[in-house]
Design a protein around this ligand. Structure first.
Ligand SMILES: N[C@@H](CCC(=O)N[C@@H](CS)C(=O)NCC(=O)O)C(=O)O
Length: 200
């Protein structure tokens, strides 16, 4: 498999963490990519020019990290990270949605912060920061449900929290979220996260 990869992308990290959790990372070749430059080899596979994009063992180009992670669950022998059906699957997908939503807001805020200051941008950034703050409050209330073996949901949440540490350490997300912080500090020791720490 080939993964179009950039070292600071939390979505790429999520995919690699899933691959490590399933013991199939050795089957993935990383292709360093800057999606913002729309490189032809990426655009030919994913017209949206985004990382992660994964060319699977079936030759299909998969994109959007939830789709890639679901595909990875069909490779290898380890227990699935996403239950097949029913309430357990919905619970994991809901956790993934919160984790991905934090990433979307934080990646967007980071992008805005690199551009010249403008009132409209400040308002967008404040809205994104507020969404993250509310999502953290929800996760604090539901932190117990993150414990146990890794799932696609707990991986997405852990990667999202790691991205906040990486890009917004001054926000101190642990303040006011002690149960979530305790869970994160223990899960962050897993090889899936130690070996995928963001660079950039
Ligand atoms: N929903 C997508 C988000 C992927 C995404 O936005 N990736 C960023 C890098 S962090 C990207 O490729 N941006 C390039 C662009 O938007 O042009 C996923 O879960 O994979």
């Amino acid at each position: 498999m080939r993964l179009f990869h950039s070292p600071a992308s939390p979505y790429v990290r999520k995919v690699m963490a899933c691959a490590i959790a399933r013991g199939i990372e050795g089957r993935i070749e990383r292709v360093p990519t800057n999606p913002h430059l729309s490189p032809p080899e990426l655009v030919a596979l994913n017209p949206l020019s985004k990382v992660p994009t994964l060319v699977g063992e079936d030759g299909v180009a998969y994109f959007d990290s939830p789709v890639i992670c679901e595909y990875l669950d069909t490779i290898g022998e380890a227990p699935p990270l996403l239950p097949a059906a029913g309430p357990a699957r919905l619970a994991v997908l809901r956790q993934q949605a919160i984790g991905d939503g934090i990433m979307d807001a934080a990646v967007g805020r980071r992008g805005e912060s690199l551009r010249p200051k403008e009132e409209a941008r400040e308002a967008v950034m404040a809205r994104q920061a507020a969404a993250v703050a509310r999502a953290l409050d929800l996760l604090e209330r539901e932190a117990d449900s993150l414990s146990g073996p890794l799932t696609l949901g707990s991986i997405a949440v852990a990667v999202a929290l790691g991205y906040l540490d990486f890009r917004f350490p001054a926000d101190r997300w642990r303040d006011g979220h002690p149960t979530l912080a305790t869970w994160y500090d223990s899960v962050a020791k897993h090889r899936a996260f130690l070996e995928t720490a963001p660079v950039g």
